[in-house]
Design a protein around this ligand. Sequence first.
Ligand SMILES: [Zn+2]
Length: 354
Amino acid sequence: MNKKTFALTLIPFLMLNACNKENNTETADTTKNAEVKKVAEKVEVKPSVAPKTLSKEELAKYKPNELGLIMVLEYHSIARPEARWTRTPENFRKDLETLYKKNYYLTHLRDFVNNTMDVPLGKTPVILTFDDAREDQFKYIKDKSGNQIIDPDCGVGVIEAFTKKHPDFGKAATFFVLPSVGFGQTREDAKKKFEFLANNGYEIGNHTLNHPMLETMKDDKVKQEIAENVIGVQKLVPGYNVDSLAYPYGSVPKNLKAVESGEYKGTKYKNIAAFLVGSEPSYASISKKFNAFKIPRIQAIQSEFDRHFGFFKSIPSYQYISDGNKETLTIPSKLPDGLKNSLKDQFKAKVITY
Ligand SMILES: [Zn+2]
């Protein structure tokens, strides 16, 4: 298949068997005072009304495209040896290094879905996700003095060290958890881990209670599975807003309304998005082609990285590149076929084309 066809069709999602954030001057001269006030008002109003527009040179250099595709990466285990559902700590560090060097920027899942991304000029948002709340994603160990520390080789350990070293990389990752698994170790540890995630720039998402195939289940059972996950998470982090879901095995229930919102035994939930298992970059949320309840993800394995980096290298006009301004949407006038005429009408007033 040639690259253009690939881009146009965005390969059907593979069902993979896995899953496994006055001036107070007092003066008698009232006229003068009023003038000062006028000037102050002018100065205050100006920056918020006129968003910074990019120069011709900046547009040519960075080629922003905020209708471009975005990768949502899906990790399972961070352990040795490397396997189909396992990335080694060394390779996970290498992934972050590669993304950083290629000008990607770790972005919050909620911001990606709600179109509230705050990504610096010229950078491409990327969303990290982890499924199943496995111990090797977030593990405590004891240091030489016997103090509990985050294992530098677990998923969170790798992200913490890398983002500390590279603060211009952003910091974000979403953990689609099974509360009963709770990253292994003790229940006391689970509570500390969930609280750490909630308080340190990470997001906690829903992966149901029992990890079932949702497509074969009736609505009330689907709702129970989702709500009981929320109950489990909120036991560990009271009041936490669990508002996104990763379908176990990528198995999508027949009725998406049961995913969007529901209630079970007095616990209500409302999701803003739900994620598949495979296997393409996602449209931006401002695109008509974006379906918030069927967002594709990319398996974080070498062959998939190679395939998608290769694709964006061969047709760069498909890649989302930020204009660095939350108030505007900068989109090239010449778009590849797969992105043409796909902007939702409600965003047209914010668009700058070039
Ligand atoms: Zn899973």
